[in-house]
Design a protein around this ligand. Sequence first.
Ligand SMILES: Nc1nc2c(ncn2[C@@H]2O[C@H](COP(=O)(O)OP(=O)(O)OP(=O)(O)O)[C@@H](O)[C@H]2O)c(=O)[nH]1
Ligand SMILES: [Zn+2]
Length: 359
Amino acid sequence: MSWERTDAYDQYGRWSEDDVRVRANRKGSRPRTKQRPDHEDAVDGFVLTVDRGRYRCLVEEGHKKRERTVIATTARELGRKSVVVGDRVGLVGDVSGDPGSLARIVKVAERTTLLRRSADDSDRIERIIVANADQLCVVVAAAQPEPRPRLIDRYLVAAYDAGIEPIVMITKTDLASSAPIRELVASLEVPVFESALGEEPDPEFRRMLTDHVTVMVGHSGVGKSTLVNALVPKAGRATGHVNVVTGRGRHTSSSSIALRVEDASGSDGWIIDTPGVRSFGLGHVDSDSVFKAFPGIAEVVAECPRGCTHRADAPDCELDEAVADGRLDAVGASRVASLRRLLGSMDPEDTAAPEAAAD
Ligand SMILES: Nc1nc2c(ncn2[C@@H]2O[C@H](COP(=O)(O)OP(=O)(O)OP(=O)(O)O)[C@@H](O)[C@H]2O)c(=O)[nH]1
Ligand SMILES: [Zn+2]
């Protein structure tokens, strides 16, 4: 996973000069770096969309008059470092945002989080979906398409692995009860919200988005775009239909986009809508990091034998001891059971879900 970081950046995303050769400087002016300009004049941008090598970035965010979007490409000096929606970048060149103008992304700030998926569970090559999200909203329909518990589990595992707080939004509650999904996530203490067609989004849910970057994920057809449009009326996310026979959506949204969402008081946050998927590979996830996401459990697994998977069948797993001797109470014990179930969603026999086939 080392490729996601470039050592030439420090923790603030500035160039680190350590590995840059500095030419002897006879004239006594500032030392010049041979290959890497430090781009002190770069302006900060927030990546809103990525489309075939063109990055739409928001600059002077929050500034009433000067805030604008700028189209940019990536500078060659970034090398193979990828830039994704949610990235905080430094831009040079024409940052006016005028029609036809083009800027260059020369820096990418170190990411606070990375949401990743792999093509399938045997594939350790990961794709970064979104950077810097601190919440992940799993959108799941009460019906049409039928909820797929394993996919929900997989999203939750990905969130815990990435250090992102999960939220569950149950849509289409006009069609079926939300109870089975609520039961599924009950022991994880994940905030759960509901929505139904034609209803205003729950103000509590809207408030939950304020001052956060929330990535919205879900199976194709669950009503994610409908929800995003309700939250951000000018978003104009294309909504599709669900095939009544298969219950599948048509992948109407095809790329990720960051959208500003406001609450009743006018405060705002960002949601990042991602394309609907049918499967979510977890080849890159290490089960240790999922357990370590929970205080109380992290201390216990620190005592496990080396290489312990912490799964139900793991020999001498300290979690079993801690449940037995009361170090973990009833809530802790049910959380361990839930996490083990979540990690069961990574089991290989589960990857060949019928939905993985194209329709
Ligand atoms: N009954 C009902 N239908 C809904 C609700 N939300 C969305 N739908 C319908 O479900 C269908 C799919 O909705 P979309 O918003 O396009 O779904 P999506 O999750 O964005 O789908 P992808 O673009 O494939 O990712 C549309 O026909 C919506 O009108 C709801 O709360 N209740
Ligand atoms: Zn263990």
